[in-house]
Design a protein. Structure first.
Length: 491
Protein backbone atom coordinates (compact mmCIF):
# COMPACT_ATOMS: atom_id res chain seq x y z
CA UNK A 1 0.00 0.00 0.00
CA UNK A 2 1.12 3.56 -0.70
CA UNK A 3 2.95 5.03 2.35
CA UNK A 4 1.08 8.18 3.37
CA UNK A 5 4.30 10.02 4.24
CA UNK A 6 5.50 9.68 0.64
CA UNK A 7 2.29 11.30 -0.58
CA UNK A 8 2.51 14.13 1.90
CA UNK A 9 6.03 14.80 0.62
CA UNK A 10 4.94 14.63 -3.02
CA UNK A 11 2.30 17.31 -2.50
CA UNK A 12 4.39 19.35 -0.10
CA UNK A 13 1.86 19.33 2.72
CA UNK A 14 1.80 18.22 6.35
CA UNK A 15 -1.01 16.73 8.42
CA UNK A 16 -1.16 19.99 10.38
CA UNK A 17 -1.73 21.92 7.15
CA UNK A 18 -4.46 19.48 6.09
CA UNK A 19 -6.27 19.94 9.40
CA UNK A 20 -5.99 23.71 9.06
CA UNK A 21 -7.42 23.62 5.52
CA UNK A 22 -10.38 21.50 6.63
CA UNK A 23 -10.99 23.86 9.55
CA UNK A 24 -10.98 26.79 7.10
CA UNK A 25 -13.44 24.99 4.84
CA UNK A 26 -15.84 24.36 7.73
CA UNK A 27 -15.62 27.91 9.15
CA UNK A 28 -19.04 28.81 7.80
CA UNK A 29 -20.69 25.97 9.69
CA UNK A 30 -20.11 23.12 7.23
CA UNK A 31 -21.04 19.55 8.17
CA UNK A 32 -18.20 17.98 6.23
CA UNK A 33 -15.02 18.87 4.38
CA UNK A 34 -12.65 16.75 2.33
CA UNK A 35 -9.51 17.30 0.28
CA UNK A 36 -8.54 15.41 -2.87
CA UNK A 37 -4.93 15.79 -4.08
CA UNK A 38 -3.94 14.40 -7.48
CA UNK A 39 -0.73 14.10 -9.49
CA UNK A 40 -1.39 12.27 -12.78
CA UNK A 41 1.07 11.73 -15.61
CA UNK A 42 -0.51 10.63 -18.91
CA UNK A 43 1.03 9.65 -22.26
CA UNK A 44 -0.21 8.24 -25.55
CA UNK A 45 1.15 7.08 -28.91
CA UNK A 46 -0.89 6.63 -32.09
CA UNK A 47 -0.09 4.54 -35.16
CA UNK A 48 -1.66 5.28 -38.55
CA UNK A 49 -0.64 4.04 -42.00
CA UNK A 50 2.00 1.78 -40.50
CA UNK A 51 3.83 4.58 -38.69
CA UNK A 52 3.65 6.00 -35.19
CA UNK A 53 3.02 9.61 -36.13
CA UNK A 54 1.16 11.17 -33.20
CA UNK A 55 1.36 11.23 -29.43
CA UNK A 56 1.75 13.41 -26.42
CA UNK A 57 2.13 13.64 -22.67
CA UNK A 58 0.73 15.83 -19.95
CA UNK A 59 0.63 16.16 -16.18
CA UNK A 60 -2.49 16.99 -14.17
CA UNK A 61 -1.73 18.32 -10.71
CA UNK A 62 -3.80 19.99 -8.04
CA UNK A 63 -6.26 19.69 -5.19
CA UNK A 64 -10.05 19.81 -4.90
CA UNK A 65 -11.79 21.03 -1.74
CA UNK A 66 -15.38 20.04 -0.98
CA UNK A 67 -17.56 21.46 1.79
CA UNK A 68 -20.99 20.01 2.54
CA UNK A 69 -23.58 21.94 4.49
CA UNK A 70 -27.03 20.44 4.57
CA UNK A 71 -28.13 19.96 0.99
CA UNK A 72 -25.56 22.40 -0.36
CA UNK A 73 -22.17 21.47 -1.82
CA UNK A 74 -19.36 23.96 -2.10
CA UNK A 75 -16.53 22.88 -4.40
CA UNK A 76 -13.36 24.63 -5.50
CA UNK A 77 -9.95 23.51 -6.72
CA UNK A 78 -6.40 24.77 -7.07
CA UNK A 79 -3.94 23.78 -9.79
CA UNK A 80 -1.17 24.20 -7.26
CA UNK A 81 -0.50 22.94 -3.76
CA UNK A 82 1.14 26.14 -2.59
CA UNK A 83 -0.35 27.13 0.80
CA UNK A 84 -1.86 30.35 -0.58
CA UNK A 85 -3.65 28.53 -3.44
CA UNK A 86 -4.99 25.79 -1.15
CA UNK A 87 -6.27 28.31 1.37
CA UNK A 88 -8.07 30.25 -1.38
CA UNK A 89 -9.76 27.05 -2.58
CA UNK A 90 -10.86 26.13 0.96
CA UNK A 91 -12.33 29.61 1.50
CA UNK A 92 -14.12 29.53 -1.88
CA UNK A 93 -15.68 26.12 -1.16
CA UNK A 94 -16.76 27.32 2.28
CA UNK A 95 -18.38 30.44 0.84
CA UNK A 96 -20.30 28.50 -1.81
CA UNK A 97 -21.90 26.27 0.81
CA UNK A 98 -22.49 28.98 3.42
CA UNK A 99 -26.01 29.94 2.34
CA UNK A 100 -27.59 26.58 3.10
CA UNK A 101 -29.29 25.54 6.32
CA UNK A 102 -27.24 22.94 8.14
CA UNK A 103 -28.54 19.51 9.13
CA UNK A 104 -29.76 19.31 12.72
CA UNK A 105 -26.99 16.80 13.36
CA UNK A 106 -24.02 16.20 11.11
CA UNK A 107 -25.75 13.27 9.47
CA UNK A 108 -22.90 12.59 7.11
CA UNK A 109 -20.24 12.54 9.81
CA UNK A 110 -22.17 10.60 12.44
CA UNK A 111 -23.66 8.10 10.02
CA UNK A 112 -20.30 7.16 8.58
CA UNK A 113 -18.84 6.60 12.05
CA UNK A 114 -21.76 4.41 13.07
CA UNK A 115 -21.62 2.28 9.93
CA UNK A 116 -17.88 1.71 9.62
CA UNK A 117 -18.24 -1.36 11.84
CA UNK A 118 -21.01 -2.68 9.59
CA UNK A 119 -18.77 -2.46 6.52
CA UNK A 120 -15.99 -4.30 8.36
CA UNK A 121 -18.34 -7.02 9.57
CA UNK A 122 -20.28 -7.62 6.37
CA UNK A 123 -17.59 -7.17 3.73
CA UNK A 124 -14.60 -9.53 3.83
CA UNK A 125 -12.91 -7.53 1.08
CA UNK A 126 -12.86 -4.50 3.38
CA UNK A 127 -10.96 -6.53 5.98
CA UNK A 128 -8.68 -7.89 3.28
CA UNK A 129 -7.91 -4.38 2.10
CA UNK A 130 -7.14 -3.12 5.58
CA UNK A 131 -4.44 -5.77 5.87
CA UNK A 132 -2.38 -3.63 3.45
CA UNK A 133 -3.44 -5.57 0.34
CA UNK A 134 -3.87 -3.87 -3.01
CA UNK A 135 -6.07 -4.73 -5.97
CA UNK A 136 -3.45 -3.63 -8.51
CA UNK A 137 0.30 -3.60 -8.75
CA UNK A 138 2.80 -1.87 -11.00
CA UNK A 139 5.92 -3.96 -11.48
CA UNK A 140 7.29 -1.68 -14.22
CA UNK A 141 6.48 1.96 -13.55
CA UNK A 142 5.21 3.73 -16.67
CA UNK A 143 6.91 6.90 -15.47
CA UNK A 144 10.32 5.27 -15.84
CA UNK A 145 9.69 4.39 -19.49
CA UNK A 146 10.50 6.38 -22.64
CA UNK A 147 7.72 6.69 -25.23
CA UNK A 148 10.15 5.66 -27.98
CA UNK A 149 10.44 2.16 -26.54
CA UNK A 150 6.75 1.53 -27.29
CA UNK A 151 6.92 2.49 -30.98
CA UNK A 152 7.95 -1.08 -32.02
CA UNK A 153 5.02 -2.45 -29.97
CA UNK A 154 2.42 -0.66 -32.09
CA UNK A 155 4.25 -1.54 -35.32
CA UNK A 156 4.31 -5.19 -34.28
CA UNK A 157 0.58 -5.11 -33.54
CA UNK A 158 -0.07 -3.58 -36.97
CA UNK A 159 1.96 -6.34 -38.65
CA UNK A 160 0.23 -9.15 -36.72
CA UNK A 161 -3.23 -7.86 -37.69
CA UNK A 162 -2.33 -7.47 -41.38
CA UNK A 163 -0.85 -10.98 -41.48
CA UNK A 164 -4.11 -12.46 -40.22
CA UNK A 165 -6.40 -11.12 -42.96
CA UNK A 166 -5.56 -9.94 -46.49
CA UNK A 167 -8.65 -7.70 -46.48
CA UNK A 168 -7.15 -5.32 -43.91
CA UNK A 169 -7.09 -1.84 -45.45
CA UNK A 170 -6.16 0.38 -42.53
CA UNK A 171 -5.06 -0.05 -38.91
CA UNK A 172 -5.23 2.69 -36.29
CA UNK A 173 -3.66 1.64 -33.00
CA UNK A 174 -3.16 3.59 -29.78
CA UNK A 175 -1.25 2.89 -26.59
CA UNK A 176 -2.12 5.10 -23.63
CA UNK A 177 -0.86 4.90 -20.09
CA UNK A 178 -1.10 6.88 -16.88
CA UNK A 179 -0.15 6.83 -13.23
CA UNK A 180 -2.14 8.78 -10.65
CA UNK A 181 -0.86 9.59 -7.19
CA UNK A 182 -3.81 10.31 -4.92
CA UNK A 183 -3.94 11.73 -1.38
CA UNK A 184 -7.23 12.24 0.49
CA UNK A 185 -8.04 13.81 3.83
CA UNK A 186 -11.38 14.63 5.49
CA UNK A 187 -12.99 16.08 8.58
CA UNK A 188 -13.06 12.64 10.21
CA UNK A 189 -9.25 12.98 10.30
CA UNK A 190 -8.96 10.10 7.80
CA UNK A 191 -5.84 10.24 5.64
CA UNK A 192 -5.49 7.84 2.69
CA UNK A 193 -3.11 7.54 -0.26
CA UNK A 194 -3.07 5.45 -3.42
CA UNK A 195 -1.07 4.93 -6.61
CA UNK A 196 -3.30 4.06 -9.59
CA UNK A 197 -1.68 2.77 -12.79
CA UNK A 198 -3.68 2.29 -15.99
CA UNK A 199 -2.49 0.99 -19.36
CA UNK A 200 -4.62 0.57 -22.50
CA UNK A 201 -4.17 -0.62 -26.08
CA UNK A 202 -6.92 0.17 -28.59
CA UNK A 203 -7.04 -0.77 -32.27
CA UNK A 204 -9.51 0.13 -35.03
CA UNK A 205 -9.25 -1.99 -38.19
CA UNK A 206 -10.90 -1.24 -41.53
CA UNK A 207 -11.47 -4.11 -43.97
CA UNK A 208 -12.38 -3.96 -47.67
CA UNK A 209 -13.86 -6.71 -49.84
CA UNK A 210 -15.53 -6.37 -53.25
CA UNK A 211 -16.15 -2.68 -52.71
CA UNK A 212 -17.68 -3.19 -49.27
CA UNK A 213 -16.18 -1.85 -46.05
CA UNK A 214 -16.36 -3.23 -42.53
CA UNK A 215 -14.76 -1.90 -39.37
CA UNK A 216 -13.90 -3.49 -36.03
CA UNK A 217 -12.50 -2.19 -32.78
CA UNK A 218 -10.66 -4.16 -30.12
CA UNK A 219 -9.02 -3.09 -26.89
CA UNK A 220 -7.54 -4.26 -23.62
CA UNK A 221 -7.05 -2.17 -20.50
CA UNK A 222 -5.67 -3.03 -17.05
CA UNK A 223 -4.50 -1.36 -13.87
CA UNK A 224 -0.93 -2.51 -14.41
CA UNK A 225 2.44 -1.10 -15.28
CA UNK A 226 4.37 -1.58 -18.53
CA UNK A 227 4.56 -5.32 -17.79
CA UNK A 228 1.10 -5.63 -19.35
CA UNK A 229 2.66 -5.40 -22.84
CA UNK A 230 3.40 -8.97 -23.87
CA UNK A 231 3.40 -10.91 -27.13
CA UNK A 232 0.40 -12.87 -25.83
CA UNK A 233 -1.60 -9.67 -25.28
CA UNK A 234 -0.81 -8.33 -28.77
CA UNK A 235 -1.85 -11.67 -30.27
CA UNK A 236 -5.10 -11.60 -28.29
CA UNK A 237 -5.94 -8.07 -29.45
CA UNK A 238 -5.10 -8.91 -33.06
CA UNK A 239 -7.28 -12.01 -32.94
CA UNK A 240 -10.20 -9.93 -31.62
CA UNK A 241 -9.63 -7.36 -34.38
CA UNK A 242 -10.11 -9.87 -37.22
CA UNK A 243 -12.60 -12.24 -35.56
CA UNK A 244 -15.73 -13.06 -37.56
CA UNK A 245 -14.95 -10.96 -40.62
CA UNK A 246 -16.28 -13.53 -43.10
CA UNK A 247 -19.63 -13.40 -41.31
CA UNK A 248 -19.64 -9.61 -41.12
CA UNK A 249 -19.35 -9.31 -44.88
CA UNK A 250 -22.13 -11.89 -45.29
CA UNK A 251 -24.42 -10.38 -42.63
CA UNK A 252 -27.89 -9.12 -43.58
CA UNK A 253 -30.69 -7.29 -41.88
CA UNK A 254 -33.33 -9.73 -40.59
CA UNK A 255 -37.04 -9.20 -40.10
CA UNK A 256 -37.74 -7.33 -36.90
CA UNK A 257 -40.29 -7.85 -34.17
CA UNK A 258 -40.57 -8.91 -30.57
CA UNK A 259 -38.54 -12.04 -29.89
CA UNK A 260 -36.17 -13.77 -27.44
CA UNK A 261 -32.63 -12.40 -27.37
CA UNK A 262 -29.60 -14.37 -26.22
CA UNK A 263 -26.72 -12.11 -25.16
CA UNK A 264 -23.25 -13.62 -25.32
CA UNK A 265 -20.94 -13.64 -22.30
CA UNK A 266 -18.54 -10.72 -21.90
CA UNK A 267 -18.98 -7.43 -23.74
CA UNK A 268 -22.79 -7.74 -23.70
CA UNK A 269 -22.42 -6.67 -20.09
CA UNK A 270 -22.40 -3.08 -21.33
CA UNK A 271 -26.19 -3.35 -21.55
CA UNK A 272 -26.23 -4.38 -17.88
CA UNK A 273 -24.10 -1.32 -17.05
CA UNK A 274 -26.14 1.17 -19.05
CA UNK A 275 -29.71 -0.07 -18.89
CA UNK A 276 -29.71 -1.26 -15.28
CA UNK A 277 -26.52 -0.24 -13.44
CA UNK A 278 -27.10 3.52 -13.66
CA UNK A 279 -30.57 3.10 -12.18
CA UNK A 280 -28.92 1.50 -9.11
CA UNK A 281 -26.77 4.61 -8.49
CA UNK A 282 -28.10 6.19 -5.32
CA UNK A 283 -28.05 9.83 -6.44
CA UNK A 284 -30.66 9.00 -9.07
CA UNK A 285 -32.62 7.01 -6.49
CA UNK A 286 -32.44 9.77 -3.86
CA UNK A 287 -33.78 12.32 -6.34
CA UNK A 288 -36.58 10.01 -7.48
CA UNK A 289 -35.13 9.81 -10.99
CA UNK A 290 -34.47 6.04 -10.99
CA UNK A 291 -36.99 3.46 -12.06
CA UNK A 292 -35.83 1.46 -9.00
CA UNK A 293 -36.78 4.19 -6.51
CA UNK A 294 -38.82 2.64 -3.70
CA UNK A 295 -38.08 -0.95 -4.76
CA UNK A 296 -35.39 -1.85 -2.23
CA UNK A 297 -36.16 -5.30 -0.84
CA UNK A 298 -38.44 -6.13 -3.77
CA UNK A 299 -38.10 -8.94 -6.30
CA UNK A 300 -36.70 -7.38 -9.50
CA UNK A 301 -35.37 -10.50 -11.25
CA UNK A 302 -35.83 -14.26 -11.25
CA UNK A 303 -34.51 -16.20 -8.29
CA UNK A 304 -30.87 -17.19 -8.69
CA UNK A 305 -29.85 -13.93 -10.40
CA UNK A 306 -27.09 -11.97 -8.66
CA UNK A 307 -25.78 -8.61 -9.91
CA UNK A 308 -22.88 -6.80 -8.30
CA UNK A 309 -20.51 -3.90 -8.69
CA UNK A 310 -16.96 -4.85 -7.77
CA UNK A 311 -13.85 -2.79 -7.02
CA UNK A 312 -11.74 -5.78 -5.98
CA UNK A 313 -10.92 -7.66 -9.20
CA UNK A 314 -7.10 -7.77 -9.42
CA UNK A 315 -5.84 -5.49 -12.19
CA UNK A 316 -9.30 -4.68 -13.53
CA UNK A 317 -9.75 -1.28 -15.17
CA UNK A 318 -12.61 -0.42 -12.81
CA UNK A 319 -10.95 -1.59 -9.58
CA UNK A 320 -10.00 0.89 -6.88
CA UNK A 321 -8.23 0.42 -3.55
CA UNK A 322 -10.13 3.45 -2.27
CA UNK A 323 -12.87 5.39 -3.97
CA UNK A 324 -12.40 9.15 -4.43
CA UNK A 325 -13.83 9.87 -0.98
CA UNK A 326 -11.35 7.60 0.81
CA UNK A 327 -13.78 4.69 1.30
CA UNK A 328 -12.08 1.30 0.78
CA UNK A 329 -12.83 -0.64 -2.42
CA UNK A 330 -15.31 -3.47 -1.93
CA UNK A 331 -17.91 -5.68 -3.58
CA UNK A 332 -21.50 -4.46 -3.56
CA UNK A 333 -24.38 -6.78 -4.41
CA UNK A 334 -27.28 -4.80 -5.85
CA UNK A 335 -29.37 -7.88 -6.64
CA UNK A 336 -29.17 -11.11 -4.64
CA UNK A 337 -31.31 -14.09 -5.60
CA UNK A 338 -33.44 -11.71 -7.66
CA UNK A 339 -34.07 -9.25 -4.80
CA UNK A 340 -32.85 -5.63 -4.88
CA UNK A 341 -30.63 -5.44 -1.79
CA UNK A 342 -28.50 -2.31 -2.20
CA UNK A 343 -27.92 0.80 -4.22
CA UNK A 344 -24.48 2.22 -5.09
CA UNK A 345 -23.59 4.89 -2.55
CA UNK A 346 -21.15 7.70 -2.08
CA UNK A 347 -20.93 9.28 1.36
CA UNK A 348 -23.76 11.76 0.70
CA UNK A 349 -26.34 9.19 -0.40
CA UNK A 350 -25.22 6.77 2.34
CA UNK A 351 -25.93 9.45 4.94
CA UNK A 352 -29.28 10.20 3.32
CA UNK A 353 -30.38 6.54 3.39
CA UNK A 354 -28.74 5.77 6.75
CA UNK A 355 -26.45 3.04 5.43
CA UNK A 356 -22.71 2.52 5.03
CA UNK A 357 -21.07 3.97 1.90
CA UNK A 358 -20.29 1.30 -0.70
CA UNK A 359 -17.11 2.89 -2.08
CA UNK A 360 -18.77 4.25 -5.24
CA UNK A 361 -17.87 7.93 -4.83
CA UNK A 362 -15.79 8.65 -7.94
CA UNK A 363 -14.60 11.68 -9.89
CA UNK A 364 -12.83 12.34 -13.19
CA UNK A 365 -10.10 14.42 -11.54
CA UNK A 366 -9.46 16.89 -8.73
CA UNK A 367 -11.48 19.42 -10.74
CA UNK A 368 -14.70 17.48 -10.18
CA UNK A 369 -17.02 16.72 -7.29
CA UNK A 370 -17.36 12.97 -6.49
CA UNK A 371 -20.69 11.33 -7.37
CA UNK A 372 -21.98 7.71 -7.24
CA UNK A 373 -20.39 5.78 -10.12
CA UNK A 374 -19.99 2.13 -11.04
CA UNK A 375 -16.66 0.29 -10.96
CA UNK A 376 -16.94 -3.17 -12.58
CA UNK A 377 -20.56 -4.27 -12.94
CA UNK A 378 -21.47 -7.85 -13.77
CA UNK A 379 -23.87 -10.71 -13.21
CA UNK A 380 -22.71 -13.89 -11.52
CA UNK A 381 -22.88 -17.32 -13.14
CA UNK A 382 -26.22 -19.09 -13.38
CA UNK A 383 -27.07 -22.76 -13.46
CA UNK A 384 -28.53 -23.15 -16.95
CA UNK A 385 -25.57 -24.87 -18.59
CA UNK A 386 -23.73 -23.50 -21.61
CA UNK A 387 -24.63 -20.85 -24.15
CA UNK A 388 -25.31 -23.72 -26.56
CA UNK A 389 -27.88 -25.15 -24.16
CA UNK A 390 -29.66 -21.79 -23.96
CA UNK A 391 -29.65 -21.28 -27.74
CA UNK A 392 -31.03 -24.79 -28.22
CA UNK A 393 -34.21 -23.78 -26.36
CA UNK A 394 -34.96 -20.82 -28.65
CA UNK A 395 -37.18 -21.48 -31.66
CA UNK A 396 -36.73 -18.05 -33.25
CA UNK A 397 -34.68 -15.16 -31.92
CA UNK A 398 -31.43 -13.22 -32.07
CA UNK A 399 -28.02 -14.07 -30.64
CA UNK A 400 -26.06 -10.90 -29.86
CA UNK A 401 -22.30 -11.31 -29.64
CA UNK A 402 -21.48 -7.65 -29.16
CA UNK A 403 -23.33 -4.35 -28.80
CA UNK A 404 -22.07 -0.99 -30.00
CA UNK A 405 -23.37 2.39 -28.84
CA UNK A 406 -26.79 2.88 -27.34
CA UNK A 407 -29.11 5.29 -25.54
CA UNK A 408 -30.72 4.96 -22.11
CA UNK A 409 -33.32 7.00 -20.22
CA UNK A 410 -32.48 6.53 -16.53
CA UNK A 411 -35.89 7.63 -15.21
CA UNK A 412 -38.03 5.49 -17.48
CA UNK A 413 -35.47 2.72 -17.91
CA UNK A 414 -35.99 2.60 -21.68
CA UNK A 415 -32.99 1.71 -23.84
CA UNK A 416 -31.92 1.27 -27.46
CA UNK A 417 -28.72 -0.59 -28.27
CA UNK A 418 -27.20 -1.29 -31.66
CA UNK A 419 -25.95 -4.76 -32.48
CA UNK A 420 -22.35 -4.86 -33.64
CA UNK A 421 -22.37 -8.57 -34.46
CA UNK A 422 -24.81 -11.41 -34.03
CA UNK A 423 -26.79 -14.24 -35.60
CA UNK A 424 -30.34 -15.27 -36.20
CA UNK A 425 -31.50 -18.22 -34.08
CA UNK A 426 -33.77 -20.68 -35.86
CA UNK A 427 -34.99 -23.90 -34.27
CA UNK A 428 -32.25 -23.87 -31.67
CA UNK A 429 -29.40 -23.23 -34.11
CA UNK A 430 -27.36 -20.18 -35.15
CA UNK A 431 -28.03 -19.41 -38.81
CA UNK A 432 -27.73 -16.14 -40.74
CA UNK A 433 -25.27 -13.50 -39.47
CA UNK A 434 -27.11 -10.21 -38.84
CA UNK A 435 -26.28 -6.51 -38.85
CA UNK A 436 -27.95 -3.08 -38.97
CA UNK A 437 -30.39 -3.91 -36.19
CA UNK A 438 -31.08 -2.45 -32.79
CA UNK A 439 -32.47 -3.93 -29.59
CA UNK A 440 -35.17 -1.90 -27.82
CA UNK A 441 -36.45 -2.53 -24.32
CA UNK A 442 -36.88 -1.39 -20.76
CA UNK A 443 -34.11 -2.06 -18.20
CA UNK A 444 -36.19 -3.29 -15.24
CA UNK A 445 -38.49 -5.28 -17.52
CA UNK A 446 -35.53 -6.85 -19.35
CA UNK A 447 -34.03 -7.74 -15.97
CA UNK A 448 -37.29 -9.36 -14.90
CA UNK A 449 -37.48 -11.20 -18.24
CA UNK A 450 -34.09 -12.93 -17.95
CA UNK A 451 -35.18 -16.56 -17.86
CA UNK A 452 -31.87 -18.38 -18.32
CA UNK A 453 -28.31 -17.64 -17.18
CA UNK A 454 -25.38 -19.79 -18.29
CA UNK A 455 -22.33 -20.70 -16.22
CA UNK A 456 -19.84 -18.89 -18.49
CA UNK A 457 -19.30 -15.47 -16.89
CA UNK A 458 -16.72 -13.39 -18.70
CA UNK A 459 -15.40 -10.01 -17.57
CA UNK A 460 -14.62 -7.94 -20.66
CA UNK A 461 -11.26 -6.16 -20.40
CA UNK A 462 -11.91 -3.50 -23.02
CA UNK A 463 -11.39 0.25 -22.58
CA UNK A 464 -14.86 0.89 -21.14
CA UNK A 465 -15.37 4.48 -20.02
CA UNK A 466 -18.52 5.75 -18.33
CA UNK A 467 -19.59 9.28 -19.21
CA UNK A 468 -22.07 10.16 -16.46
CA UNK A 469 -21.31 13.92 -16.19
CA UNK A 470 -17.61 12.98 -15.91
CA UNK A 471 -15.43 10.28 -17.49
CA UNK A 472 -14.39 7.31 -15.35
CA UNK A 473 -12.77 3.97 -16.27
CA UNK A 474 -15.12 1.05 -15.61
CA UNK A 475 -15.44 -2.66 -16.33
CA UNK A 476 -18.36 -4.87 -17.23
CA UNK A 477 -19.21 -8.50 -17.76
CA UNK A 478 -22.04 -11.01 -17.94
CA UNK A 479 -22.65 -14.73 -18.51
CA UNK A 480 -24.68 -15.70 -21.56
CA UNK A 481 -28.32 -14.87 -20.78
CA UNK A 482 -31.70 -15.33 -22.44
CA UNK A 483 -34.09 -12.36 -22.30
CA UNK A 484 -37.66 -13.10 -23.31
CA UNK A 485 -39.42 -10.63 -25.54
CA UNK A 486 -37.17 -7.74 -26.53
CA UNK A 487 -38.00 -5.66 -29.60
CA UNK A 488 -35.60 -6.21 -32.51
CA UNK A 489 -35.55 -3.45 -35.09
CA UNK A 490 -35.11 -5.01 -38.52
CA UNK A 491 -36.90 -5.02 -41.85
Amino acid sequence: MKPVNESLERFGVSTEQLRALVAEGMKSGGDWCDLFFEDTSYSELVLRDGEVNAGGSHIDYGCGVRVLKGEKTGYAYAESTEPKALLAAARAASAIGSNSKSLNVSKLRDNYRQNSAIVNEQNPDYQHFNSAATFYEMQQDWRNAQSAQFVPVLKRLDAIIRAKDARVHKVIAMLSYSVSEILMYNSLDELTADTRPLGSITVTTIFMQDGKTEMTSASRSFRQGAELITDALLEEIAESAVKGMDERFEARRPKGGKMPVVMAAGASGILLHEAMGHAFEADFVRKGQSIFTGRLGKQVACKGINILDDATIPGNRGSINYDDEGVPGQKTYMVQDGILTSFLHDRISAAWFGVAPTGNGRRESFRYNPIPRMRCTYMENGSDGSVGDIIADVKKGIFVEEFSNGEVKIGEGDFTFYVKSGHLIENGRLTMPVKDINIVGNGPKALADIVAVAADLKIDNGTWTCGKEQSAPVGCGIPSVLVNGLTVGGE
